[in-house]
Ligand binder design. Structure first.
Ligand SMILES: NC(=O)c1ccc[n+]([C@@H]2O[C@H](COP(=O)([O-])OP(=O)(O)OC[C@H]3O[C@@H](n4cnc5c(N)ncnc54)[C@H](OP(=O)(O)O)[C@@H]3O)[C@@H](O)[C@H]2O)c1
Length: 257
């Protein structure tokens, strides 16, 4: 089948890189010319990727269409485009709710909201999907881990977690920098931290234990893990994260209303 992307930005580039690392069989991938630099690079690298100037033509020639433009552009261009009845439309735009999508993408009825993350380029990471759609879930399970929201409110709760990526890297940077200030080379510090985080995430994915149990498992009585955790709790580090996640959720919810 042919699939098409309206908007060739960061996330489209990552999804296409993941697709070519996967065993998903596609005839052609049609992408919009904008962004010119990205579309040229993708079409040069992958023979099956074709640049199409007109968004409407992408829709006409694709069985599935991915909407990958920023919210303001989406609101402007979607109402001028006509979708096909039997087409699957996947929207990456966090702020367009299902009521809006159903109304604007008519007569298409197979509509899914999806939040892929840049890690999809390496076929890793979650892809949050709503509502449940077997074919779309199967597609994204080849590119990472599909996580299905039960309803729009839960979808907004799950999307809240996508706000944590920069904070995660700032945490990693803090650890690295602590080492660098003590004359460890930045290459060695980066390897150590990346490997530590990768190992812990891998253990968490494989573990049958609840995460709270891992918190206990990874401390020894009077050990250094117990001490650091206690110190950070005393400084209310984790309750601050909890409180501020609610602020992010409120922002996502408001944008979806
Ligand atoms: N990046 C992420 O991690 C992520 C994750 C989940 C969801 N999303 C959502 O996915 C959407 C895209 O995100 P992004 O990070 O890929 O943004 P982006 O890098 O800004 O890409 C959007 C692209 O749309 C192009 N564009 C502008 N007007 C257009 C038009 N009329 N027709 C076709 N294309 C047009 C832009 O081209 P020009 O550069 O020429 O203006 C730009 O390259 C957003 O709604 C975002 O919230 C992103």
């Amino acid at each position: 089948m042919n699939i098409g992307f309206i908007g060739t930005g960061k996330i489209t580039t990552s999804v296409i890189q993941g697709l070519f690392r996967s065993n998903i069989k596609l005839k052609q991938i049609l992408i919009s010319e904008r962004n010119k630099k990205n579309s040229l690079a993708l079409s040069k690298k992958f023979k099956k990727v074709k640049v199409v100037k007109d968004n409407q033509e992408i829709i006409l020639r694709s069985s599935w269409v991915f909407i990958a433009v920023v919210p303001t552009v989406a609101k402007k261009i979607l109402k001028e485009l006509t979708f096909k009845k039997n087409q699957t439309v996947v929207s990456f735009v966090s702020t367009l709710n299902m009521t809006y999508l159903k109304k604007t993408l008519r007569p298409a009825t197979s509509i899914v909201k999806a939040a892929p993350l840049p890690t999809i380029a390496s076929k890793l990471g979650p892809i949050i999907l709503f509502p449940k759609n077997k074919k779309v879930t199967n597609f994204f399970n080849h590119l990472g881990m599909a996580i299905i929201a039960n309803n729009e409110k839960e979808n907004n709760h799950l999307w809240t977690m996508t706000s944590t990526m920069a904070t995660y890297f700032e945490y990693c940077h803090t650890l690295e920098n602590w080492l660098v200030k003590r004359k460890v080379t930045s290459a060695k510090a980066k390897d150590l931290i990346a490997s530590l985080m990768f190992g812990l995430s891998h253990s968490m994915l494989l573990s049958k234990s609840k995460t709270k149990e891992l918190v206990t498992d990874y401390q020894t009585k009077k050990g250094i893990n117990e001490e650091l955790l206690k110190r950070l709790k005393q400084e209310k580090t984790f309750s601050s994260i909890d409180r501020n996640l609610t602020k992010i959720f409120d922002r996502i919810k408001k944008a979806n209303d």
